[in-house]
Design a protein around this ligand. Structure first.
Ligand code: PEP
Length: 252
């Protein structure tokens, strides 16, 4: 944790969830309103098809809403894509950009991720910028160099603690049940904090740096209370409110 920084726990539902799942979002909202996550801010990022309905369910409450991706342009002939102003209009306040599944499966480059993050900021959304090394890169001792390169290429100019969140997500830890050691997480988050200071100046010391990758109720306390770990981005374990809230309880 970083002194003076409010922790942030966000759920990434990926391509999961139908309108029948809105009850989970309602349960998250009730917990957020009741302060069950202590001082932490809670957010859920359902698929775009559920955003407007979810926004209705959480209106006036303390649960925040995020999207999982956006197009760099505000509008135009981009069949199937969704722009940042559209997400804002649907009720989102956050948008994930540069998730490793998009970097890998959709061949997204750092430059594209940065363009998406800039579009998010322009639309008044906070960008959750994801970075992380592969297993091979970690084994080669290149993890910090890779993440540094990704951040230098992906972070939007002019960002700050209210408009940008960084999520460190080792690719090999996502959905695998594997996690880095607390020592490795501390080392990486410390390196990211130093870099954020270089890029954003004093504001970089207050930007939230999340850890993501196989966070579960059983390991959350060990990971989420480390230096410079200001919360988590949670995939599989965020689909059920009970599991998500058990993780957020690390900040109670
Ligand atoms: C993610 O996809 O952002 C993620 C962290 O997934 P999981 O928690 O399932 O590893």
């Amino acid at each position: 944790m970083t002194p003076g920084v409010r922790p942030f726990v966000a759920g990434n539902w990926k391509m999961n969830g139908l309108s029948a799942s809105l009850g989970e979002i309602e349960a998250m909202r009730r917990a957020a309103d009741a302060g069950e996550a202590g001082e932490a801010e809670l957010a859920v990022c359902p698929p775009a098809t559920l955003l407007a309905q979810a926004a209705w369910k959480i209106r006036g409450g303390k649960l925040s809403l995020g999207a999982q991706d956006c197009h760099p342009e505000p509008s135009g002939a981009f069949t199937g894509d969704i722009s940042a102003p559209m997400l804002k209009d649907a009720g989102a306040t956050y948008v994930i950009v540069g998730h490793s599944e998009r970097r890998t499966l959709h061949h997204e480059t750092d430059a594209l991720v940065r363009a998406k993050a800039e579009a998010a900021l322009k639309a008044g959304l906070t960008a959750i910028v994801c970075v992380g090394e592969t297993k091979e890169e970690r084994q080669a001792g290149d993890a910090i160099a890779v993440v540094t390169r990704q951040l230098k290429g992906s972070l939007p100019p002019g960002g700050g603690p209210d408009s940008v969140v960084v999520s460190y997500e080792p690719v090999w830890a996502i959905g695998t049940g594997l996690t880095p050691t607390p020592k490795d997480v501390t080392e990486m988050h410390g390196a990211i904090r130093t870099l954020l200071g270089e890029i954003y100046g004093p504001g970089g010391s207050k930007l939230r740096i999340l850890y993501g990758g196989s966070v579960k109720p059983g390991n959350c306390r060990d990971l989420l209370t480390l230096d410079n770990v200001d919360g988590a981005l949670i995939g599989g374990a965020s689909l059920k409110a009970a599991e998500f809230l058990a993780i957020a309880a690390a900040y109670r």
